[in-house]
Design a binder for this molecule. Sequence first.
Ligand SMILES: [Cu+2]
Length: 196
Amino acid sequence: MTHFRFHSLTILLSLLFASGLAFSGLAQEAAHDEHHDHPVTGKKIPSPGPEDVDKFIKVDKEAKKVFIPVTATYNDANYGMNFNGHFKGSAVYTVPMGWEITIHFKNASPVPHSAVVVEKYMTRKLQVGEPYFEGASTKDPLKGLVKDEKFTFVTDDVGEYAIACGFPSHSAGGHWIGLNITKEGDEASVKFKKLQ
Ligand SMILES: [Cu+2]
């Protein structure tokens, strides 16, 4: 009987210890979410608004090609976790299916970032996974060590996608912008929400 009691106490203590560990894990995650660990969060310049769209897309309608410059940490919006000053889908590119997209990725901060095109719902995950379209990411997006790289892919499916940062937890923290591939249409465009 004594032995049994001792054993129950051990189990109880183990459970308490385990829940303590789980709690400290959550606390660490919360601290990470606030991004106190980012040393440089970008310049204090305004995010581009509707009047600036021409600087952030080049369209060749005849060739059905789009060129999109995408700078991570363009400014300090969202603790630097932005593309061209936008985050959480506040910029949305719209491109017809079958067109070719070239993304010119740049990282303006010493913090690792990357770009990978995934289905929009994937942005909520800790890791966004493989690019949806073949070739639609910077090299090794999980590590995000690329500073300047171009990649080209063909939009061979319709749907709501995101240009997301592949560095773990960044897209869940808002480091993504929208990319809609439409079935019809002969024009590509970008819309910027007005951010203060
Ligand atoms: Cu990032």
